[in-house]
Design a protein around this ligand. Structure first.
Ligand SMILES: Cc1ncc(COP(=O)(O)O)c(C=O)c1O
Length: 374
């Protein structure tokens, strides 16, 4: 019999969770603000996706298709997959949560990496399981550290590949080596939210490894290159047994109608996606070069953001740069919560914002009187 309490009490561990803090949006008192803190695309969504979204407004009284068939078929056709192995979610965040809900219980361990995406930790703790955090090497996932942390209690391993907020990636050979070393009952989650941006021959998002193994899943999102963050569209490619298990507990209509039809239209418009990738690559190269030229260190990025490291010198630290940039309307992401105490993450923005940050950081690095920001 449970003890009666004076008010409802959450399950053990829930109140130990630090809620996710999204990227800042506002710069008080600044007229023109550029939000470069959430890795959103500066190019918006495909006009075809926007038209599909508008058309959805004509049928708002109807429940959406609980199987999201149109979207799953569109994804399957673009990526050459079987739609039966695809499950869509209200953002990939929902899928990460469902995976933890289904495969973790109190007493189980799940491995994440030092700079891994914060949602993993939240969802593992939410399932009552134990988070095991391993070190990365030079802001890159260290496969050997993960293998060394596996115990008989390990049930899941989460890797963002590429990583956020690092922007680095793990080559496919390393992912295969990790998978080979994991017990067969461990679910390896490859979170490939930024896969579309990667232009490296030794990278693979996870499709091949999922196709040939019963214990690997890949999650993807429409929030980044497809520009549908507001609609919350994510998907998972997984073995049939895993899809079946998650289907049993998800909300019956977890994908809304606008998300299904706009998502399908967005992924069919591959030329829009390719243009976004080309724009991004140009700016990743330019931003990296420009920041290095003014004496800042930048972790090499294969994504749509860069991690900028500041000198440990009064007046030149990340906190001060953040304040300086915010006062000029450029909102970057502080990444202390991800283990980077003196760094900022900047998403590639529209051209005028990218140029503006380059200019502002140039001024910041050369200014003589750090007491005066404005
Ligand atoms: C590594 C990583 N995974 C997952 C997500 C969540 O994506 P979604 O918007 O689909 O929930 C993000 C978003 O920032 C991310 O950076």
């Amino acid at each position: 019999m449970s003890v009666e309490t004076s008010k409802p009490v959450p399950r053990a561990g829930i109140l130990d969770i630090a809620a996710y803090v999204p990227g800042k949006e506002h710069a008080p008192g600044v007229a023109r603000v550029y939000k470069l803190s959430s890795n959103e695309t500066p190019l918006g969504a495909s006009p075809k996706a926007i038209a599909a979204y508008r058309a959805a407004a004509d049928n708002l009284e109807r429940y959406p298709d609980g199987q999201a068939v149109e979207l799953r078929e569109a994804i399957a056709s673009v990526h050459g997959l079987n739609p039966a192995n695809i499950l869509c979610g209200n953002g990939s965040d929902e899928l990460l949560g469902l995976l933890c809900h289904v495969y973790l219980a109190p007493g189980d361990e799940a491995i994440i990496t030092e700079h891994g995406f914060l949602v993993y930790k939240i969802q593992i703790m939410g399932a009552g399981a134990t988070v095991v955090t391993v070190k990365e090497k030079e802001a890159t996932v260290d496969v050997d550290a993960i293998i060394a942390a596996v115990t008989e209690k390990t049930k899941m391993v989460f890797i963002a590949n590429p990583g956020n907020p690092t922007g680095t990636y793990v080559p496919v050979s390393e992912i295969r080596r990790l998978h080979a070393a994991l017990p067969k009952n461990v679910v390896l989650v490859l979170d490939a939210a930024y896969a579309e941006y990667v232009r490296r021959n030794d990278y693979e998002s996870g499709i091949e490894i999922v196709s040939s193994n019963p214990n690997v899943v890949m999650t993807r999102t429409f929030s980044k290159v497809y520009g549908l963050a507001a609609l919350r569209v994510g998907w998972m490619y997984a073995p049939a047994d895993i899809v079946d298990a998650l289907n049993r507990v998800r909300g019956p209509f977890n994908m809304n109608m606008a998300a299904i039809s706009a998502g399908a239209a967005a992924i069919r418009d591959q030329s829009f996606m390719q243009e976004a990738v080309a724009f991004n690559q140009m700016w990743i190269d330019k931003l990296t070069g420009a920041f290095e030229a003014i004496g800042l260190k930048v972790t090499p990025s294969v994504t749509n953001f860069v991690l900028i490291h500041f000198p440990d010198v009064d007046g030149k630290r990340a906190d001060e740069a953040d304040e300086f940039l915010t006062s000029r309307g450029y909102i970057l992401r502080a990444v202390k919560g991800y283990g980077f105490k003196n760094s900022l993450r900047m998403s590639v923005g529209p051209e005028e914002a990218n140029r503006g940050v380059i200019e502002a950081l140039g001024e910041f690095m050369t200014r003589q009187n750090p007491g005066q920001n404005k």
